[in-house]
Write a protein that binds this ligand. Structure first.
Ligand SMILES: [Zn+2]
Length: 201
């Protein structure tokens, strides 16, 4: 079977934001990360600043790297991460694949927090066959009744006398917690609630 090009995979020609485009903005609530030249849509409803990223059809497909805007669109609108069409849904909920991570909740897969968008039935089958990571990991096919929008993750920036310093790893920022003023968001997360473990459709 030929390898599919997942809709959410990024391409080598799609470059993320450069630090020279970032600045500090002073607001009544305190300083926050901003773009030097703001554009509509830079921030989400919660005020999180999002990575700007080119959209291009050239270059190599980077299978292990999700495109920021396509991940956000798929997760936000519950679209299949492989084809970008509506994901599969029945009376038990939307179709997700998930795997146990070191920080997974004890009730996993219930309440699992994930940045992997759902799938249509065909691409759930293909993903289980083709994704080496899913073959290795303790994964489950899930129906999720309430995949609730949970928050964003990304790099947290801090401006110091020697320039920008960034968090080493991605930081998760739940909507329920105060917004991080230095956040440059690159992933949208949902929490999987009302989960049923099922067979591949
Ligand atoms: Zn699909």
């Amino acid at each position: 079977m030929p390898l599919l090009t997942p809709y959410i995979a990024s391409r080598s020609s799609e470059q993320p934001v450069r630090e020279a485009e970032l600045t500090i903005e002073f607001t009544p609530k305190g300083p926050r990360l901003a773009y030097r030249h703001p554009r509509p849509g830079d921030r989400d409803h919660h005020g999180n600043l999002w990575v700007r990223m080119d959209e291009s059809t050239g270059g190599r497909v980077m299978y292990d790297c999700m495109h920021v805007h396509r991940q956000r669109a798929c997760m936000g609108n519950l679209l299949c991460q492989v084809c970008g069409e509506p994901s599969d849904r029945n009376e038990q909920g939307w179709l997700f694949l998930d795997w146990r991570r070191p920080d997974s909740p004890p009730a996993w897969p219930e309440k699992s927090i994930t940045s992997m968008p759902p799938l249509c039935a065909e691409h759930a089958r293909v993903s289980v066959l083709q994704c080496p990571f899913l073959r290795r990991a303790d994964h489950a096919v899930l129906r999720v009744r309430k995949p609730q929008l949970y928050g964003v993750s990304g790099t947290v920036y801090r401006l110091t006398a020697t320039g920008w310093h960034t968090s080493e790893n991605d930081v998760l920022s739940p909507y329920a917690a105060p917004r991080l003023p230095g956040m440059l968001a690159s992933r949208l997360h949902r929490q999987l609630r009302g989960v049923t473990v099922v067979e591949l459709p």
